[in-house]
Write a protein that binds this ligand. Sequence first.
Ligand code: ZN
Length: 265
Amino acid sequence: MNTLLAIFAHPDDESLVAGGALARYAAEGWRTALICATRGEWGPISDESLADYENLGEVRERELRAACDVLGVSWLRFLDLEDGSLSALDGDEEQATLEKITRAIRELRPQIVITFGPDGLYGHGDHVAIGRLTTRACALANDANAFPQHPDQGLAPCRAPELLYATAPQGFYPRLIERLAETGHETHLWGIPPEQFGVPPEEITTTYDITPFLDRKLAALRCHRTQLDDSHVFSRLTQGLAAQIFNHEFFRIAEEPDGRPERAR
Ligand SMILES: [Zn+2]
């Protein structure tokens, strides 16, 4: 069975940058899997009737499980790391995290892995770090000298998967905010300046038209209720407007250090 494994930092990352891809591959009969490094327990709380900082991690785990159901993600694993800590892991923690990600890759043997690239979508330290760790783990999975205890546990080295970095072209998110403003809604993206999102358009190597899966992507995003206050873009974005300006997902094929694409699609 073909497998797509997405590896992200927080509940909602998967729906935001890869919800359409996850739904599409699931619909095509692939097994789709997700590793979420943290439970986003220090994220915003849109409505204090939904959660507080005693239980936000638990609530966001439930939100993520609901989003996975919507997207057809059938395998979910948390790395149980603290929200906001990924760029400051010490040597032992980093090694343990690499082992966990490599273990999952050897277990699932995915053809494709999706994570964040060095841009971290908008420079978020956790995003940058999970992308870097995942990139490393994809290479380690294929290295027989890495984690020599694995083969005894039934986890043989496997071919490095094709690695895609999820992002957006610069201008994509500002356009969403502008178009919503034209309909009379002042909206925001978690309070982050929209021009911070994305990479120069010429860096995008792979664009998916997710129109057939847009309803699922929006429904999955809206499972993350604690993250969406009333003036959030995804509280206001209608299906009709989304079909015009939110119907694509964007990726960069990760390159090997010599600049050669790992594998052409
Ligand atoms: Zn995130």
